[in-house]
Ligand binder design. Structure first.
Ligand code: HEC
Ligand code: HEC
Length: 413
């Protein structure tokens, strides 16, 4: 009898434990389903794909990965040799997805009106058609906005016209704190991000945890900007059947090929455009230009004889040699990025080419390669035909798939 009671008691206890266990795991399941449902609801405001877009593994063409300039091309490099991605912040699909949302989120400005994308528009190569861009209270930026195509491939890794951001991770937090642009403190930024219901799940996917801080915001934005790689322009299509960037491309018109020769070679007896707009990302130089003890790859292309109104890289380095030097921007998608130069002074490519043709000014820091052996500012002296050819070539750098790719577009609509 006592034994039976004992067994019955034990059976009941076992059943009870099993029941509790089942109930527990059942409620665990409910909970995780709840969390998933909450996450789906939180993301409902955004137009994001179920599986993230591929940002981490772009399908680079061979001419991005192999240096095919004849004889190494005198300082020319394969595009990916200049990758400025730091080891602790590789591009991931979820990281760049979070970066994309941050990039387009107008809530991240003092009066919820301005996002990064307000001044960096996808259809304009992530530049702006205004000479100076407009900030959150209608104020104007000090310089012309910059295109963001292939920002990943500036070997120097420095950003802004005056190179004041040492890394892209540093750069992406600066517009938020700029008095004209977005008008926040980092603390305010983190608070606003934390208040939006869609961010915790995006941070979790990107960083494996829901905590939100400015370091993670910086990393995600830098990932998104580095994912903006343009490699599907007419240039790239035509280049894919030719394993030398200098030889004429079968896929180019005669004018485009003539313009390419003018750009790539010293056909005019002056340093080629490609000596400064380097590699096939057409970005600033991988190493400082020779001569004059230069320490920056930014340079002076002779826009003015005198530059006291904006001293460029000197404002960053306080090195007298850097007076009037500016970062050399990528020419990818240049034809959709008017106006041009750090102050947006040229409203079309014709004016740019006219500048190089006959307008180079005798600035004290003019890049020495833009001087004649006698020391005078160089003159490319392009004919009208050559000017048209150069522009035809620059237009081959327009990459429609980049300018319209949904993965770089506004997820708030
Ligand atoms: C109000 C307009 C405006 C907003 C908003 C803005 N930018 Fe910019 N951006 C500019 C201007 C103007 C420059 C050039 C400023 C300079 O060099 O002094 C620039 C430069 C840059 C550069 C440097 C590119 C290079 O090649 O050196 C990057 C990268 C960039 N912005 C990313 C961002 C990101 C990310 C955001 C949002 C966090 C943002 N911008 C918000 C106007 C803006
Ligand atoms: C000695 C170096 C050098 C050479 C050679 C050179 N550039 Fe530039 N280029 C620059 C620099 C530096 C800038 C930015 C200057 C500024 O805004 O102050 C620039 C700017 C430009 C821009 C405007 C970019 C923008 O985003 O606004 C275009 C277009 C351009 N160059 C085309 C050419 C062409 C075409 C040639 C050949 C005829 C050429 N460059 C030769 C250094 C050079």
């Amino acid at each position: 009898m006592a034994n039976q009671d004992y067994f019955r008691g034990k059976t009941l206890l076992t059943l009870l434990i099993l029941f509790l266990f089942a109930a527990q795991s059942c409620s665990d399941k409910d909970e995780s389903e709840d969390v998933q449902q909450d996450d789906t609801n939180a993301l409902a405001a955004l137009n994001l794909p179920e599986d993230p877009f591929n940002y981490s593994n772009p399908d680079y063409p061979t001419h991005f990965t192999v240096n095919q300039f004849p004889g190494g091309g005198g300082g020319q490099t394969a595009v990916i040799q200049n990758d400025n991605t730091p080891q602790d912040n590789p591009v991931t699909d979820d990281g760049a997805t979070l970066g994309r949302v941050l990039f387009y989120d107008v809530k991240l400005s003092a009066n919820s009106t301005i996002a990064c994308a307000s001044c960096h528009k996808q259809d304009l190569g992530f530049g702006d058609s205004e000479i100076l861009s407009t900030g959150f209270e209608g104020g104007k930026t000090g310089r012309h906005s910059m295109g963001l195509s292939n920002a990943r491939f500036y070997a120097s890794g420095k950003f802004f016209w005056d190179e004041r951001a040492a890394t892209l991770e540093d750069q992406v937090l600066m517009p938020f704190q700029d008095e004209v642009e977005m008008g926040l403190t980092l603390e305010e930024l983190v608070n606003i991000v934390s208040e939006q219901e869609y961010y915790p799940v995006l941070f979790e996917r990107a960083f494996g945890g829901r905590s939100i801080n400015s370091d993670r915001i910086s990393k995600a934005l830098a990932q998104f900007v580095r994912s903006m790689v343009s490699y599907q322009a007419k240039y790239d299509d035509a280049r894919s059947t030719e394993n030398d960037p200098i030889r004429p491309f079968a896929g180019f018109s005669p004018a485009e090929n003539r313009g390419k020769t003018l750009f790539m070679t010293n056909a005019k007896g002056v340093v080629p455009c490609a000596a400064c707009h380097q590699s096939e990302a057409f970005v600033g130089m991988a190493a400082p230009p020779p001569g004059m003890g230069n320490t920056t790859t930014a340079t002076n292309n002779g826009l003015d004889a005198e530059t006291s109104a904006d001293e460029g890289v000197f404002l960053t380095t306080a090195n007298g040699r850097d007076r009037g030097k500016f970062k050399t921007p990528s020419l990818r998608n240049i034809a959709v990025r008017a106006p041009f130069m750090h102050d947006g002074r040229f409203s079309n490519l014709e004016e740019v080419i006219d500048h190089y043709s006959t307008g180079i000014q005798d600035h004290a820091q003019l890049d020495p390669r833009l001087r004649t052996p006698g020391g005078q500012p160089a003159r490319y002296d392009f004919t009208e035909q050559e000017k048209a050819d150069l522009i035809a070539f620059l237009e081959t750098l327009t990459d429609q798939s980049f300018l319209t790719d949904e993965k770089f577009s506004n997820p708030f609509k």
